[in-house]
Each structure stands twice: as structure tokens, then as C-alpha cells.
Design a protein around this ligand. Sequence first.
Ligand code: AMP
Length: 389
Amino acid sequence: MKIMVLNLGSTSFKYKLFEMDQGEKELSSGGVENIGNAVSAYRIRSPRDIRGEAPCPKHEDAFALCLKLMIEEKVLSSMEELSAIGYKAVHGGSLSGAHVVDDEVLTQMDAHVSFAPAHNPMYLRMMRSMRSLYPTLPQVACFETAFHANQPEYRAVYGVPYEWKEKYGVRRYGFHGSSHSYIAWKMGQDAPHCRRIVNCHLGGSSSLCAIQDGKSVAASMGATPQSGLFHNNRVGDFDVFCLPVLVEKLGGLEPVMKALSSQSGFLGLSGVSNDMRDVMNAADEGNQQAQLALDAFADNIVGYIGMYTAYMGGLDAVVFTGGIGTNSAAFRKIVCDKLSFVNAKVDPALNVRGHEGKVSSADSGVEVWALETNEELMVARGTKQCLGL
Ligand code: AMP
């Protein structure tokens, strides 16, 4: 049984193709970057590594390109061979978990476009296009909010009129659920003695999750994936009472929202780049704004870890994942050096790029892990389960 999982960003398309009958084998993975530019860079591994450039004006073109390459590489004979498509869908409001994509799902996702403007529109377009191209192929949306759905209500509410929660869905949902649930599962396999974990998913989008006995008990993102820690170019938590001033100064709500969702985060604060590697290099060269962005990011992470340690009544492990968390041994050390309250220590021989697993020293007060996430695998599992395959 072959399941293809799609993961869409505003200008990126990623996929993984799994054989789910024989030990969840990953047959192919890849994607396209810079969709909408004159040419887009693509890469697929099946397992041969193929890279190139091609025009991909839309996400649908990126899908068609990857499909063609998979067929050429003989990992898929045609779309007929697929049992289902699973989506790492972002925001369906009160609709959480895994759902067959039907009119109700599309309506709910449409209703939450303003909550997830960088994500929901691409998924909606792709789902509609797939429905018309392959009407008999089951499609399943696995929402990023699902892993956090059972947090206590007192942790999900904002201090706003209560009816806003019911009427407008204004509450904390938490996101990155596929990644956090993968880490919860993986740590359950590799380190079952670690019952209280803070998972730091740090990448283009970043969020932290407190995982107690395999379940999410707190998450840093709130009603929208713009919140919590700041992101590559998105704002993170922000005082809404700045809005009237900014609306007046920038000439309307639209430019303010645009700036908060695309010119903020690492890009806005450092003034250098939305890419952590560039920000770290600039800080090393003495750029003070870049250093400030790094310090603020690390400080925020440490604050969340402290809060979550209090929520869980202790801490057994901190896990780092996502593009920054998995790849940057230097940033893991920066954070752990600030966790003196739990005496976290990385081992310089283990805390190196490319090493996956435990990276803490024997005398560390908590375990520190660096793990590559596998969000797509969780979506493939959710899709299979939802369809009863
Ligand atoms: P993701 O969204 O999880 O794919 O993460 C992508 C981001 O990870 C990139 O935009 C970079 O900012 C960051 N990243 C990737 N590799 C490294 C590295 N070696 N050091 C620091 N940041 C990195």
C-alpha cells in the first residue's frame, strides 16, 4: 500500500512516498523550492539523488514534476498505484485529527485562512486540484493541531471574552503536531525512561512542546502559527496594543500584517537574513543586531523550558529538532549553557553536526537529544488509520 504525503509551504513543496505494508518503508522523498520564481530548484531521492531546475509557477506544477520524476525512477508506476494522499494540513479550527478531505473539511479550512495565511491557501488549492484530477483517490488531511487537542482548557484559553472562543475559535491550538508527536513516539522507543520532555522544533517555523508521558501538555504556538517564539520572518508573540499605533504609522492594517508575517522574526530583528546560518555568521563577525536576534531567540527558548519544567514538575530531557535544532550543534550549546537550573551539559564529542541521538554528557542534569523529525511518517500513519487501510 503506497501513501504519498504532501507538505506545502508558501513557496515550497515537499513530499514523501511510503510503502506502508512492509515496515513503513520510505520509497522516495523530495520537493521543489522557490515556487513562483522564474525557475525553481528541485531535488528527489528515490534513492538516486536527482537535482535540477525547472519552471514551477504553482504548487500543482511542483507536484506534477515530482510525480513525473518518481515514475521515471520507477518508484511509482502511475497515480493508480497510490492508495491515498495525506496532507500535513495546518488549520481546520475545531476540526482536529485526521479527516477525509470532503466539502466540510474544505469549508473549515477556508474559514481559517486568516489564521494561517501562509499555509491554508496552498493546501486548499492543491486538495481541490487533486480532487478534480483524481476523483477516486482518497485524500486525508492530518491537522497540525491534533497532538495538542487534549491540553487542559485553562491552558488553551486567552484572557478575552469567553464567547470569542466558541463564536470565532479564538483559543490556543498549538501547531507542529506531526513533528512533536513523532519526537514523542521516537523518545518512547529510544528513551522510555524520559517521561517529561521539552521538544524544541527550531526551523523556518519554530515551536516548543511539553511532552509528558507521550502526550502534549503545553505548546508555544497559539491560535495561529505566527505566534509563540519568533520565526524566520514571522513575528511570534506580540502585544496587540501596538496595532493602532502601527496602523496609523504604516497607513493601514494590511501593511502592518504583511510586515508582521513576512518582514519580522529573524529577518526583521537581525536586519540580515531569515536564515539562521546567515544570522549566526553575521553575529560571529560582530554584527550586534544579529547577536541581539540570537540572544532573544535563545532567551525565549530558555524561558519556555523553565515554564514547561514547572508545568511538568520536573524535566528529564530536552530534544532539538527542525532545521536549526537538528543541524546546529552551536545553537544547541548556546541554549544548554543557559539551562543551569537543570545543569544541562552537552558533550563536545557527541554534540556535533550529523550525530543523531543523545548529545548530553554523562554528568548532565537532564538528557539532551538531537533528532531528525519525520512529520510525513506521522501523516502517513494518520492517513492509513483514518481510511482503515
Ligand atoms: P526547516 O524549516 O525545519 O526546514 O528549517 C530550515 C531552517 O533551518 C533554515 O532556514 C536555516 O535557518 C536553518 N538551518 C539549517 N541548517 C542549519 C545550520 N547548520 N545551522 C543553523 N541553522 C540551520
